[in-house]
Ligand binder design. Structure first.
Ligand SMILES: Cc1cc2nc3c(=O)[nH]c(=O)nc-3n(C[C@H](O)[C@H](O)[C@H](O)COP(=O)(O)OP(=O)(O)OC[C@H]3O[C@@H](n4cnc5c(N)ncnc54)[C@H](O)[C@@H]3O)c2cc1C
Length: 461
């Protein structure tokens, strides 16, 4: 049995763990990254089926400064593909898709809102800010500020799209802190947006780093990023590690990690231990060393999701697929949450003359749908796509993915829970958590947070 010491051990090789390990190694630390499965990337997983490039996890990422800086450092800019920044997104209700307003003027002309819905939305600056400062759901916040119709069609559908969540349970302060801050600091959303615009003009400072892009991926799919990171990390990455157990060295803040690997049973000690797994996996890893922490981590909800990959002949759709895709307003009686138009967004996603669409079903409001039989999922997708896209032929479903636990929910109470998690960690030097359940679910947020944690470790060395 090997018994070695490392400066840091990172557990979990999704994007969070890979970025954290890569940054630590780049800063000169001796790091081991251990992963239980036989591949890297976690939920990021691109595959080719019948000449269609499908994504079992994220279809794209926002090109945040951190994301683009990483891409540039890895020298993979040439592999990056960018979605048309002007590609419209649509919202689906009453049997039709309608373009989502994407600028101040388009709020007046959009068919996504009725006249009374537009008037109510434009009254937003005259709605008094909430004074008590308490936590509020995004549905209640949006209804109060912009009215029920805009809240439902523009905000509710968006919440389903990002979190597969329930807008009545997702906390505006935890999931959309910038929106909450606009009201708290400027009295409202429109006032806040105007003030921010003025501030930006006045200061005339250009943020350092690459200019953010709305939507990016790679020529061969999202997996290209984790696979590149894994190549850079090289032999410091161990896949298929089993039975990982964590303990502390009698009274010290040194951690002992025991696990099985292809090279046999291993014991590694380290001064910095970073858990980059989903919250429920971090809960089971920390049960022995920090039971209270484990209980808090276990409380974070991850609803299930089913994803269907659908191929149509281009000429069998009544709607031209020029855009990002559509999100479904929560008022619709369907478990479909939305549909990404992959072949319109990025090149090389479907063969010539064909399209690739990705349909999401289930989530917090329809958890049962994720366990429907394939035939039932296909029949629901068929009905909704026929309505929404006026398809005149049934789709060919080329694959289905089921995530039993997909995306962590930033529900009411989440901020408080994260605060308690962080105060427990503050009393356990050397133990750190990173991942999508803490400070943002998007890949861009995961990269930013993993880099922050790597910096904290580096300082602690
Ligand atoms: C279906 C879906 C669609 C999404 N769409 C988008 C999108 O369009 N845009 C966007 O920005 N974001 C999207 N996201 C969110 C984003 O992709 C994720 O939040 C992010 O990739 C999570 O990365 P992570 O490394 O924190 O976690 P994960 O990807 O979950 O990685 C955790 C890793 O830990 C490993 N692990 C688990 N338990 C153990 C253990 N005990 N020991 C060792 N290893 C362990 C896992 O095998 C995995 O490799 C989507 C997510 C999902 C699920």
């Amino acid at each position: 049995m090997d018994n070695i010491h490392r400066d840091a051990v990172v557990i979990g090789a999704g994007i969070s763990g890979l970025v954290c390990a890569y940054r630590l190694i780049s800063s000169g630390a001796d790091v081991l990254l251990i992963e239980s499965s036989d591949r890297v990337g976690g939920v990021i997983r691109s595959e080719t089926i019948d000449d269609h490039l499908i994504e079992r996890g994220p279809n794209s990422s926002q090109g945040t400064t951190e994301f683009l800086r990483l891409v540039s450092e890895l020298e993979i800019d040439a592999e990056l593909v960018e979605g048309d920044p002007k590609a419209p997104a649509f919202v689906y209700f009453d049997g039709k898709i309608r373009p989502v307003p994407n600028g101040p003027g388009t709020f007046l002309t959009t068919s996504a809102l009725s006249l009374s819905g537009k008037v109510r939305l434009l009254a937003e600056p005259f709605i008094a800010a909430r004074a008590d400062g308490g936590e509020e759901s995004i549905a209640s916040f949006a209804e109060r500020r912009i009215g029920k119709e805009a809240a439902e069609r523009l905000v509710g559908s968006f919440v389903s799209g990002i979190y597969a969540g329930d807008p009545r349970r997702i906390s505006v302060q935890a999931a959309f802190p910038r929106l909450a801050a606009l009201e708290a600091e400027h009295g409202g959303l429109i006032r806040g947006a105007i003030a921010k615009g003025r501030q930006a003009k006045k200061s005339k400072t250009i943020a350092p780093g690459p200019t953010p892009k709305r939507s990016v991926s790679f020529r061969t799919g999202m997996s290209f990023l984790p696979e590149t990171l894994a190549r850079k990390i090289g032999e410091s990455l161990l896949l298929e590690c089993s039975g990982i157990r964590i303990s502390t060295e009698g009274g010290s803040s040194r951690y002992i990690i025991e696990f099985g690997s292809a090279a046999g049973d291993q014991i590694v000690t380290c001064d910095q231990l970073i858990l980059a797994t989903p919250a429920w996996a971090a809960a089971s890893l920390t049960k022995k060393i920090a039971p209270e922490l484990a209980t808090l981590l276990d409380e974070i909800e991850y609803p299930p999701l089913a994803i269907l990959y659908v191929d149509y002949a281009e000429n069998s759709l009544g709607e031209s697929l020029k855009g990002f895709g559509f999100l479904v307003a929560p008022s619709e009686d369907t478990p479909v949450l939305g549909c990404v138009w992959n072949s319109s967004l990025f090149p090389g996603r479907a063969p010539k003359g064909r399209t690739l669409l990705t349909v999401f079903m289930g989530g917090a409001r329809h958890p049962q749908a994720a366990s429907y039989e394939d035939a039932e999922l296909i029949s629901i997708a068929n009905t909704e796509l026929q309505r929404a896209l006026r398809a005149n032929a049934p789709p060919r479903v080329i694959g289905i993915t089921r995530h039993q636990r997909a995306i962590p929910q930033y529900n009411l109470g989440h901020r408080d829970r994260v605060g308690r998690i962080e105060s427990i960690l503050a009393a356990m030097p050397g133990l750190m958590l990173t991942g999508n359940y803490l400070h943002g679910v998007s890949t861009g947020d995961c990269i930013k947070e993993a880099e922050r944690i790597a910096k904290c470790c580096h300082r602690g060395q």
